[in-house]
Design a protein around this ligand. Structure first.
Ligand SMILES: Cc1ncc(COP(=O)(O)O)c(C=O)c1O
Length: 377
């Protein structure tokens, strides 16, 4: 049974507000990894079939978190960037085709499309800060637009997009819809079917509370065979494990994107982390996170000289609050906060704070008190 203090035994005095970068693991993930290490040390891979069960459970948990039609739609990949590369270099491009992104994307969701320039593909970056961001993105779709790729929640400003609206608009215009979900999955509910995504991807080490090095790639089943493969090996074959067989074909499932031996260590940890999110439930995770984001926004608004760079509208935000303080350079403020054990990040126009559903009230209050002193002192 889940007890928040037992699951997150963070060091006393540490104010961890950096889940949009890398999360602490819950204790159950650390315990699972310890057990895995012990098994490896004492009996090697004797229990490999048990490990495969863990991997299967992870795929099923991810299927539920994304509301994918089947666990067979879920590929376990290295990270978000790899999954974006599978899409970008898997599609068959024609010179003159366009990809739409925003002008706020994390580099992973920009450079991968710019790298298609050699095929004559043009990347158009849309400004999200002028009025209605979905309308701006959809208005930019023209006859040459092949794909729209967007972060569900922007990594610096924290702006959250209306994915079902974008998905619907893309569907009507015959544009493929690709969602970098890393700043949403595990923070807020996410639904690939309601959003009509062609592709979605995320990594485990942010809101999903897992380790780095293991992510998820969803590819709509009817598009799977349209993505050219660039990585081959035993594991991505339909008959993986039948090593004597000489005829082969890629797996019909999303395992076709997983060329060789899996990241079983990461799988062990992430499966445990997701069991916690499932136990808590994404509706509760979202409500608790939104409450904490609201406290931060309310507190920051009371500090003279604090400027908010994140949306105030609850519909428009995820777990990210970005701000700056008059009289402080962002870098200087970031260093000072770190000295005071407020763990956050310097991103975009300011300092990014990102609590999670379990963040204790005291962490928020103490951080705000400190910022108040720095802002008025
Ligand atoms: C929106 C967004 N996309 C992608 C990434 C990078 O993901 P990965 O390391 O899984 O490739 C980040 C990391 O901060 C991010 O914020």
């Amino acid at each position: 049974m889940y007890a928040v203090h037992d699951e997150f035994p963070l060091l006393p005095g540490l104010r961890y507000l950096n889940h949009a970068a890398v999360s602490p693991w819950p204790k159950r993930a650390a315990d699972a990894v310890s057990r895995f290490a012990e098994q490896n040390t004492r009996s090697g891979a004797r229990n490999y079939t048990d490990w495969l069960q863990v991997e299967r459970r992870l795929r099923e948990r991810l299927q539920r978190l994304l509301n994918a039609p089947s666990w067979a739609d879920i590929a376990l990949v290295k990270n978000t960037s790899e999954a974006l590369s599978f899409v970008a270099f898997g599609l068959d491009w024609r010179a003159g085709e366009q990809v739409l992104i925003s002008n706020e994307e994390f580099p992973s969701n920009r450079v991968v499309w710019q790298a298609l320039r050699r095929f004559g593909v043009e990347v158009i970056q849309i400004d999200l800060q002028r009025g209605d961001p979905e309308a701006a993105l959809l208005a930019a779709c023209g006859p040459r637009t092949r794909l729209l790729s967007i972060s569900a929640v922007q990594y610096a400003s924290g702006l959250r997009l209306d994915l079902p609206r974008l998905g619907q608009g893309c569907q009507q215009r015959g544009v493929l819809f690709c969602v970098d979900a890393i700043q949403q999955l595990g923070a807020l509910p996410f639904d690939v079917q309601a959003s009509q995504c062609a592709f979605a991807m995320a990594d485990g080490h942010k809101w999903l509370l897992g380790p780095e090095g293991l992510g998820v790639f969803y590819c709509r089943s009817d598009l799977r065979e349209q993505l050219k493969l660039h990585e081959y090996g035993w594991h991505m074959l339909e008959h993986a494990g039948d090593y004597q067989r000489t005829d082969w074909q890629p797996a019909r499932s999303a395992r076709r994107f997983e060329c060789g031996s899996p990241n079983m260590l990461g799988t062990t940890a992430l499966e445990a982390s997701l069991s916690l999110l499932e136990e808590v439930g994404m509706a509760h995770v979202e409500a608790a996170l939104q409450e904490r984001v609201q406290w931060l926004l309310d507190g920051l608004q009371k500090i003279p000289g604090a400027q908010l760079h994140s949306p105030l509208n609850p519909q428009r935000r995820g777990g990210i609050v970005n701000f700056s303080l008059t009289g402080w350079q962002n870098q200087q403020l970031f260093e000072r906060l770190k000295q005071e054990q407020v763990i956050c990040a310097q991103r975009g126009a300011g300092i990014r704070l990102s609590p999670h559903f379990y963040t204790p009230t005291a962490v928020i209050e103490e951080s705000l008190q400190l910022l108040h002193q720095l802002g008025t002192g």
